[in-house]
Design a binder for this molecule. Structure first.
Ligand SMILES: *Cc1c(COP(=O)(O)O)cnc(C)c1O
Length: 244
């Protein structure tokens, strides 16, 4: 049984979605963590020694719970991240389908290393046409002329990106999914990123240039508040019975 991403990679974790949900809940229960980040990973595994036939590989399933993971530390959440638009081009979708979750990440890692070496907090990568696509583990948004803009192709359709789209609809904020030129990101009024590792996170500088008044913008702050309100909504969350 496989989900959208594992099917795309011809991987089979060998577990039903219901069982995976229960395993992740059990990881949190056993860890005792009250604010936890859970992850599930399916690897290709190995074919028998001497074989190069990936169809013979025995896929493996891993799940774990760790203390909640933040892509931005407390200071960065307060003051905003400083992003670099990397000159590393994202692997083209015809080589590795970015819409299926994967850790085929050397482009991301090299972009991130370059950004960190230059004093930035993280990197966003562009496609062959110079459009911003995504960064290492996050989707990208900007606010331009009152509308929220996020790329529509060349990136993972992250679960948090989907939540941002739904929040924008529910708050009546205009949102466009379309190509996002790097120049538009640099000149945006606001920029923020989305990830399971921290929800909606503010960006206050792109390529060293402060955005707006240099503080996390009003639409970003509205979406951060809304994200955590939705997170606490029992209709959208799954309680853990630590006593069980
Ligand atoms: C995991 C990931 C994201 C964010 O996805 P979420 O489902 O929101 O956590 C974005 N881009 C890439 C490349 C990723 O690997």
């Amino acid at each position: 049984m496989c989900g959208a991403s594992t099917c795309r990679w011809r991987l089979d974790p060998g577990q039903t979605p219901e069982h995976i949900t229960e395993v992740l809940a059990q990881c949190v229960r056993l860890s005792g963590l009250r604010a936890s980040y859970v992850e599930m990973i399916c690897t290709r595994g190995q074919p028998p020694w001497g074989s190069r036939d990936p169809r013979q590989a025995v896929n493996q399933f891993y799940a774990f719970a760790v203390p909640y993971v933040w892509l931005a530390n407390a200071e960065q959440r307060e003051n905003g991240l400083h992003l670099q638009i990397s000159d590393v081009q994202r692997i083209p979708p015809s080589s590795v389908d970015p819409t299926a979750k994967n850790y085929h990440w050397n482009d991301m890692t090299m972009g991130l290393l370059g950004a960190l070496d230059s004093g930035f907090d993280s990197a966003v990568l562009v496609d062959a046409a110079g459009h911003v696509v995504e960064g290492p583990g996050f989707n990208v948004f900007c606010v331009h002329q009152g509308a929220i803009v996020t790329p529509d192709v060349g990136m993972l359709e992250g679960i948090t990106r989907r939540t941002v789209i739904e929040m924008a609809q529910s708050l009546g904020l205009p949102l466009q999914c379309r190509a996002l030129p790097a120049s538009e990101l640099r000149e945006a009024d606001e920029v923020f990123i989305s990830s399971s590792g921290g929800g909606v996170l503010p960006v206050t500088r792109v390529d060293g240039r402060p955005l707006g008044d240099g503080r996390p913008g009003p639409i970003t702050r509205q979406l951060v508040a809304s994200y955590w309100a939705w997170h606490a909504d029992p209709a959208l969350s799954r309680p853990i019975d630590y006593a069980a």
